[in-house]
Each structure stands twice: as C-alpha cells, then as structure tokens.
Design a protein around this ligand. Structure first.
Ligand SMILES: Nc1ncnc2c1ncn2[C@@H]1O[C@H](COP(=O)(O)OP(=O)(O)OP(=O)(O)O)[C@@H](O)[C@H]1O
Length: 470
C-alpha cells in the first residue's frame, strides 16, 4: 500500500510517493545542431524503390497508397500490391529519435532513391516515443524533410542556413559512401553505416561522442537489464553491466524538472532545508533531490553525482524478499501466526531504521512493507533492508536520544506527524515507528478488504503487544 496525501513537516507538505520512462539526457554542450538521416538502409532496412513498389496487379494509382503497416508488427510496412516488397524500421531508431528531440537537436531526412510522398507515408506509419512515452508518427518529429532529391549539396546548404549551423555542426548518417562528398564540400560530419545494421544506438552514441570531443559522456543512457519493479514515479532495472547495482529511471521527467532539481539540490547539499511552499511543481524535483542526497549519505548512490543528474541513477542493489512472498503472510490477519510473523518483521525493519540513523544520520520515514525486504531462515525473519529513500529526513543520535532534522518532506504517510527538532528516547522512537507500521499495515488490510475497517480499528485500540519484541 502506498501512503497517501497528508500534511506534515515544518509547515506541511504533500505526499506523492517516490520517485519511475526514459530519462532526460539533458541538453548537450556539444555543437551538433542537426542530425540528418538517409532513410533507405539507414533508418529502415530495405528500400522504397518506386520502380518496384506499387507494381502488382491490384496496385493503387498513387504509389504511396500501396504502403500498408502490418497489423501484427508495427515496425513493418509492405506493398499491398506485392507483399514481397517490404521495409522494416530498425530497432534503435525510435529511441534515437526520442533522444534527438530531448536534446533539442533538429532532425532531418533525405533520400535520393525514393519519392517524397512514399517516404512521408512510411515516416507517418513508423512511430517513436515522445517525451511522455506516447507513440507519435516519426514524420511529426522531422524538421527538415528533404526526401526525393539527389542534390545533396543544395539540400545541405539549405539545412546549414535553416539551422544557423556550419557544416561541422551537422551530423549525417547514410549507408552510401558517395555521401562523403558533402563532407569534402561543406564539412558536414558524415557517418557511413553498414547496409545490414543501419544506424544503431551504438553508432549514434559514438558519433555524438566523437563530435562532442567525448564531453557528452555523462548524458549517456545506462545499460539496462531486467525490470525489477515499478513504482508510481519510476521504473527500476538491473544494471546490465553490474550485478550489484540497479538503475532507477524516472517517469515523466522533463528538462524543466531537471533544471529545478539541480537548483533544489544546490540548496539541500549545504544542509539547509528547501521549502517548496505552495509550489506543487517543486514537489517531485524536491523528492528526487532528497532521494539523491540520502542515497549519497548512506553510500548507496553509485552514479551520477547528483550535480550531473539527468533523469536516472544507479544505486546499490538491495537483495531480499518482500514479506508477501512468505507463506506465513498468507494467514488470516487476526491469527496469532500472522501477527507474530508480521511483528517480528516490523521489529527488524525498526532495527534497520535505527542502525542507519546511528551510522549515517538519516531517518527512513516510509518503511511500509513495499519498501522493506527481508532474509528469512525458514519461518523466522532474520534481517531487514530498506528501499526507497525519497521520504527520509536527517536525524541525529546524540548517544542517548534521536533528534529529528528539519528537511521538508514531500509525501508523508498517514499516522505520522513529523516535526523538526523532536527528540525521542530509543524506546519512544521505536514505539513511534512500530505504531505507524502496524496502523499502516492494518489500514492496507482493510483497504484490500482482507478485514473490515471496524474490526481493524477495534483491533488497533491497544498496541502494547506490538511494542514488545517477543
Ligand atoms: N536498490 C534497490 N535494489 C533492488 N530493488 C529495488 C531497489 N530500489 C527499488 N527496487 C525495486 O523497484 C521497486 C520500485 O522502486 P521504488 O519503490 O523506489 O519506486 P517508486 O517509484 O519510488 O515507488 P512508489 O510509487 O512506492 O513511490 C521496488 O518496490 C523494488 O522492488
């Protein structure tokens, strides 16, 4: 269950859950102002050859009307008059186009062997994910549509004018070596790709890095493995190149949010709280900024440095099992077996909260069961580890008391009243959080209709049993 919107903190702030598609690979420092593609064998495999397409017996009179997108494979277009003619969008192209748009670089297409009308139709059928991960026709992303002409010298001179760019600020992908001519004549950076592979993410990334003098490395997207889990705000994947790390990619991340996050981070890294006040647009960036700060304090953030953030981060993989995977959790919520098991898990989660406050000075404020994983020895839970550090504040342990810090928390779970400067003895601190965990758990059980709300509330009248470890 997820905590819901509640006011709290120094002045109160809104809960909105923490932080999940694809990151903002922010603005580049590099000088590339336009990326241009030849379409045949470069954007798609195959060729829209006007001498061959639309020549079958049932052909429609306008050649482009013979193009049809396959109903079972959206990256395949064939000729309805002769199904042996087909083109296939290359695998990485949608993501490359998405990245070009995110970087704010102009996109152009050229083709000397195919007509403009046929190319336009194909680029209308083939899609890419926009910044909100919605599929859009590629043609809508194109700034310079120069297909249907072989006069590359004139085309590139025009593009240089439209983009206010020198030849060296334009990157051109083609599979035909003749195109190197525009490099000789105009200084355009030409990348020749193979007929078999066309443009891949690696070719694209390498070409950008080369033209960036290697300086764009921090904007490189991480290599993702298996999807591990998804929250409201992020998707978490295994890191393909590191079995001990995971990658969290924020959903709906934009240039503006990134800019704001960097400003907020500048404040909180000095130790001062950042007050979002009524500016709801600051809530999400603040939560991410706190998560980055907290992960770096507890030494779980691997990259990038928060100052270089662009919509994703790599952190330590936390290994363990969620409580609901254990058979004892499937017992009735009012049974003794269930309660003893759940109580033992809560006390372990509490141990982990205390350990991290003492070691690093950060209090995890959202340890409901989705954010904790356990090691079990048969029916006995033996260790808890905490996930999701966006709802956590600084806290000091002075040797006898815990003293809460003054961060503004976004998203504060119910049953919780977090105020700066409050002091807790070790036993009152445990009671505070165990009470919150029990109420949160039973609230989740009645929202899932595993028990009735009336029974749940009656049951929660006395929590003394829960405060005792055994
Ligand atoms: N460090 C980690 N190691 C292993 N798995 C993780 C890690 N962090 C997150 N996960 C997995 O990814 C899931 C989603 O992560 P998380 O809860 O941090 O996302 P979120 O978008 O902040 O969620 P919420 O909607 O609860 O705010 C987790 O439930 C967990 O299964």
């Amino acid at each position: 269950m997820g905590p819901r919107a509640v006011i709290c903190g120094n002045r109160g702030v809104l809960r909105c859950g923490l932080l999940s598609a694809f990151s903002l690979f922010s603005q580049l420092s590099m000088a590339i102002k336009a990326v241009i593609f030849e379409v045949n064998w470069t954007v798609w495999s195959g060729q829209l050859d006007p001498q061959k397409w639309g020549k079958g017996s049932s052909a429609k009179s306008k050649p482009e009307d013979n193009l049809e997108r396959s109903s079972w494979d959206k990256n395949l277009i064939y000729d309805i008059s002769d199904k042996s003619c087909e083109i296939r969008l290359l695998r990485d192209i949608p993501f490359i186009i998405q990245d070009i748009k995110k970087r704010g670089i102009a996109l152009g297409v050229v083709s000397k062997d195919s007509t403009r009308a046929m190319c336009d139709r194909a680029l209308y059928f083939f899609e890419y994910p926009d910044e909100n991960q919605r599929d859009r026709p590629i043609i809508k992303a194109v700034n310079y549509d120069e297909t249907g002409s072989a006069d590359y010298s004139s085309i590139f001179k025009n593009i240089m004018g439209w983009a206010s760019a020198q030849g060296s600020e334009i990157l051109f992908f083609d599979s035909n070596e003749e195109s190197l001519k525009v490099n000789r004549e105009l200084g355009v950076r030409v990348e020749i790709v193979s007929h078999e592979a066309g443009v891949t993410w690696e070719t694209y990334e390498r070409a950008l890095e080369k033209n960036d003098g290697g300086g764009g490395g921090k904007d490189r997207p991480p290599k993702l493995g298996k999807l591990l889990g998804e929250g409201k705000f992020s998707k978490v994947y295994e890191a393909a190149d590191d079995k001990n790390a995971v990658i969290k990619i924020l959903k709906d991340w934009t240039t503006e949010k990134n800019r704001r996050l960097l400003q907020i981070y500048d404040v909180i890294k000095t130790g001062r709280p950042f007050d979002p006040g009524n500016k709801t647009e600051d809530h999400y960036p603040l939560m991410v900024a706190l998560e980055l700060r907290n992960l770096s304090i507890i030494k779980e953030l691997e990259e990038p440095k928060p100052e270089d953030f662009s919509g994703w981060f790599k952190m330590k993989k936390i290994v363990g099992t969620h409580i609901w995977m254990h058979p004892l959790y499937k017992k009735h919520p009012f049974s003794v077996d269930f309660q003893e098991f759940v109580r033992a898990c809560m006390h372990l989660a509490m141990d982990s909260i205390e350990e991290i406050v003492k070691k690093y000075g950060v209090e995890h404020c959202d340890a409901h069961f989705k954010n904790v994983v356990f090691d079990f020895d048969g029916n006995k839970p033996v260790r808890a580890r905490l996930l999701d550090w966006g709802i956590a504040v600084k806290m000091k342990w002075d040797g006898s008391q815990y003293i809460r810090g003054d961060d503004f928390l976004i998203i504060v779970p119910p049953y919780q009243d977090i105020r700066a400067g409050v002091k807790y003895s070790p036993s009152s601190f445990r009671r505070y959080w165990i009470a919150w965990m029990v109420k949160t758990e039973y609230d989740a059980l009645w929202s899932r209709r595993a028990i009735t709300e009336t029974d749940g509330k009656a049951f929660l009248q006395d929590l003394d049993w829960w405060y005792r470890r055994q």
